[in-house]
Design a protein around this ligand. Structure first.
Ligand SMILES: *[C@@H]1O[C@H](CO)[C@@H](O)[C@H](O)[C@H]1NC(C)=O
Ligand SMILES: *[C@@H]1O[C@H](CO)[C@@H](O)[C@H](O)[C@H]1NC(C)=O
Ligand SMILES: *[C@@H]1O[C@H](CO)[C@@H](O)[C@H](O)[C@H]1NC(C)=O
Length: 416
């Protein structure tokens, strides 16, 4: 009984000493100088040898390299002993290792501890060498974990970025390589589908639309490589970043329309068009950042038209309130070339509306699409996206998922 309470007392005092030392060294000594300063004063500091034969490193834990905080105070002997690797080297040499260092720490194969608090807490959890108290909630990629009775209890969502999937794709023969995108880190697959895509599957009317007649060429007539940016270097607009707004229906349409208008006008009109105008104002059967249809977007471009990006920037731009996502800031009437009021972005004067003629459907035959792009510019395409697509880095994407995996539709601009 007596022995137990003595040891408990030691724990408390020594842990205070350890903590103040940690604080001191952090406060006063710049990181880079730490080891230099220490080796000068170290020899004197470490002379107090302990003859204490009890459990020291076994309760304190072992540390790698040099760590003066990795020590054990033997109050009754006014002495300190160490459990870091450094205690076995230099002067005064092994004498300042704790008595049980050799037995406990001197096994190269055994894991060593360094950042854990001491004394070891009775409860709480560890993650990546860091201690978290009972009840702490942390985020582990897309899952949230709570420390409960010393164990992590985590939600079981499937994350968008998964190391195992990246490895499987990169070591397999899929024809493309995968990467970890930090902007997708922490999202579930469900969130990725909801926020990073956003084009409804083609409607019946779109599927039944008659294909534009066009003669394709035999494949050997096409160049080995073609990109619209080669043929029209200054007229193709950069891809737009939809961020976490599931409105690829609006972004891809605005981007393709801007390219087509520029090419059609032979460079007279180069403005990029406002996807936000579509997101906020084309609301009939469309759902803004929760998805929409591309044929609806093209119809809106024909009947109302949209203003330039400069006139109506995205809601995350400083000129608009972030909460204005669902509010339409321009009023446009059928047949008019300008909006009824000034631009939402007061710095831009031109409230001109850009309208498109009717959209049309190109055959799904590869050579017909190739010819269409070479003659008239980029086209819009709807594609099926599986969860592995969010990891796409380079190469020719082919689904690596098992048959029956979940997918959603997305729309993109094809450049070549
Ligand atoms: C992926 O990137 C995130 C954020 O940059 C990082 O925290 C994470 O450790 C990385 N994950 C993998 C599996 O590489
Ligand atoms: C819009 O176009 C201008 C010039 O044409 C370009 O500098 C700018 O980056 C474009 N903005 C976006 C969002 O693409
Ligand atoms: C709109 O612009 C077109 C082409 O610039 C022009 O032909 C038409 O008359 C204009 N319409 C109106 C209502 O201003």
């Amino acid at each position: 009984m007596w022995l137990k309470s003595e040891i408990l007392l030691l724990y408390c005092i020594a842990s205070e000493v350890w903590m103040t030392r940690q604080l001191d060294s952090r406060k006063k000594v710049p990181r880079g100088l730490y080891s230099v300063e220490d080796s000068g004063s170290a020899k004197g500091n470490r002379l107090k040898r302990s003859l204490y034969q009890g459990r020291s490193c076994r309760v304190r834990g072992c540390c790698t390299g040099r760590d003066d905080g990795c020590s054990f105070n033997i109050i009754s002997k006014a002495a300190v002993c160490y459990c870091d690797q450094f205690c076995t080297s230099g002067s005064p040499g092994p004498v300042d290792c704790c008595a049980d260092y050799w037995e406990v720490c001197d096994h190269p194969a055994e894991p060593t501890r360094s950042d854990e608090p001491w004394p070891p807490p009775a409860s709480g959890c560890y993650k990546d060498g860091q201690y978290y108290g009972e009840g702490t909630i942390i985020k582990d990629n897309c899952n949230s974990c709570k420390c409960f009775q010393g164990l992590w209890k985590c939600s079981k969502e499937v994350c968008l970025v998964r190391q195992d999937l990246i490895q499987r794709i990169n070591s397999g023969d899929y024809g493309w390589k995968a990467d970890n995108y930090s902007q997708f880190w922490g999202m579930t697959v469900g969130e990725g589908f909801k926020k990073r895509l956003g084009t409804f599957p083609p409607s019946h009317s779109l599927l039944n639309m008659r294909e534009a007649s066009g003669n394709s060429l035999p494949e050997e007539k096409f160049p080995e490589f073609f990109s619209a940016t080669y043929k029209w270097p200054d007229w193709i607009h950069d891809p737009l970043d939809q961020r976490n707004c599931g409105a690829s229906w609006a972004f891809s349409t605005a981007s393709v329309a801007a390219d087509r208008i520029t090419i059609r006008s032979e460079g007279q009109i180069t403005d990029n068009l406002s996807a936000q105008n579509l997101i906020s104002c084309d609301t009939r059967n469309q759902h803004g950042c929760n998805g929409g249809s591309i044929d609806g977007a093209w119809r809106y471009l024909k009947t109302h038209g949209v203003v330039s990006y400069a006139c109506y920037p995205s809601f995350w731009n400083d000129h608009l309130q972030p909460s204005s996502e669902n509010r339409c800031y321009v009023s446009s009437e059928y047949g008019k070339n300008h909006t009824n009021g000034p631009c939402p972005n007061a710095l831009e004067e031109s409230n001109r509306l850009y309208l498109c003629a009717s959209h049309y459907r190109v055959s799904s035959k590869e050579t017909v699409i190739m010819k269409e792009i070479m003659d008239k510019g980029p086209v819009q395409a709807i594609m099926k996206v599986y969860e592995d697509f969010f990891l796409y880095k380079e190469g020719i994407y082919r689904c690596s998922q098992k048959a029956g995996s979940k997918w959603r539709t997305h729309s993109v601009k094809l450049l070549g």
